[in-house]
Each structure stands twice: as C-alpha cells, then as structure tokens.
Design a protein around this ligand. Structure first.
Ligand SMILES: C[S@@+](CC[C@H](N)C(=O)[O-])C[C@H]1O[C@@H](n2cnc3c(N)ncnc32)[C@H](O)[C@@H]1O
Length: 211
C-alpha cells in the first residue's frame, strides 16, 4: 500500500486557486498503484503528468516507481505549477513543473521519450467559452462533451510515448470513452479500461493506453 501523498502544507487559500484532489484524482492514483509491479519493471526514464494541479498524482507515481526517473509536469495555471513543486518538496520528490498548455514546447524534444504519461483533464461538459482560462476554471471546464481539451491531446500521444510507454487518462461517461478508444486506434494506439467507479452522479474511468 503506497501512502497517499502528504498535502498538509496546502490550505483552503491554495484550493481557491488549484484543483483539490477528489474522487477522480484518487481513481487515477488507484490505477497507478494497481500497476505498481508493471511500472517498476518498466523502469521509466521520463514520466510526464499533464495538468498536475496539486502535484498529488506525480508525487504518488514517484513513490510507485522510485527516484531514478525524471518527473515533469505541465499546467497552464501558474499557481498549480508552484504548488506542484511545493508538494514534491514536502514529500521528498524532485518534480520539474512547466507552465504550458498540454505539451506545448516539449515536442519535438521529447519525441518518443515519455515512458509514463498521466492526465486527469478538465472533463466537465461546459459551454465552449469556458475552456482555456488560466485559473481554477481550467480545472474542470471541458467544453462540448467535456472533450475539447482531451481532443487536442489525442493526436500528440503517439509522438510522446516511448515504445514501452503507457498513458493513463481519466474520463467520465459523458466524454464517451469508447469513442476515445476508437479515435486512439487511428493513431495505432491500443487502450483498455483499467478502472471504473461511480462517484456521486459521475461514472469515472481510467483508460490505459499504449502502442
Ligand atoms: C481535474 S484537474 C486535475 C488536477 C490533478 N492532476 C488531480 O488529479 O488532482 C485538471 C488540471 O489540468 C489543468 N489544465 C487544464 N487545461 C490544461 C491545459 N490545456 N494544459 C495544461 N494543463 C491544463 C488545470 O489547471 C488543472 O490543474
């Protein structure tokens, strides 16, 4: 059992500015923990989390995999990048947060170099105009079908993943996970549902994606 990362340094003021870990976060953590043996055997060189928020997911990933990997995160919310670094420090994990949208600026340098990729995206169905802010709204506003941010990333996954790379993507029912799996096939990627769970009115899924 991997202990949940220590977030005791974060206050309600921080959570006014960044996403507070919730059931979706914990489902992603459970998926990583469930694959602990496989991820350790993979011996990843570079792990990347998109939309790191509190930094909770990457911190747990580092406890699963070990300190030898490079842990990169992105978030378009500057406050989230700072908090991610603080969470790493609090938990004795080196994390390199990058303020950018999705993976802007990381390709082509990291072409086929990411061994573990994670994203708990803004997945809530909202008006399109709410997508792409730089503040707390960016944590949930997903636009049409909650897919507008997710769909921007799908064409880039194959470029990011190393030959042995695995991508963990959190989705809800409204995002049409089966349709996402079909789109991934167009990029020669296979996927399966690693975990699913009901959280209140949401049906949440973690897709596990690889070549
Ligand atoms: C649902 S929250 C997840 C936060 C954290 N990973 C967790 O699981 O608790 C989504 C995160 O993605 C970030 N985000 C939204 N759109 C993004 C984009 N285009 N590029 C990078 N990060 C983005 C938000 O700022 C937010 O921190």
């Amino acid at each position: 059992m991997i202990p949940t990362p220590d977030l005791s340094h974060l206050t309600s003021k921080d959570y006014d500015n960044i996403y507070e870990p919730a059931e979706d976060t914990f489902l992603l953590l459970d998926a990583l923990e469930q694959d602990q043996d496989q991820l350790q055997t993979l011996n990843p060189g570079i792990c990347l989390e998109i939309g790191s928020g509190s930094g909770c997911v990457t911190t747990l990933l580092s406890k699963v995999v070990g300190p030898q990997s490079l842990y990169l995160t992105t978030d378009l919310n500057d406050y989230a990048c700072k908090v991610t670094r603080r969470t790493g420090t609090k938990n004795q994990v080196d994390i390199e947060p990058i303020r950018t949208s999705l993976v802007d600026g990381l390709l082509p340098r990291l072409h086929h170099m990411i061994d573990i990729l994670c994203f708990n995206p803004p997945y809530v169905v909202t008006p399109s105009e709410e997508v792409g802010s730089f503040g707390i709204e960016a944590a949930w506003a997903g636009g049409l079908d909650g897919r507008e941010v997710i769909d921007q990333l799908l064409p880039l996954i194959s470029d990011l993943l190393s030959p042995k790379g695995i991508f963990y993507l959190l989705l809800i029912h409204e995002n049409r996970p089966l349709e996402v799996m079909e789109i991934l096939k167009q990029y020669n990627l296979s996927s399966s549902i690693a975990l699913e769970r009901r959280a209140g009115r949401e049906r949440q899924y973690v897709l596990k994606i690889h070549r």
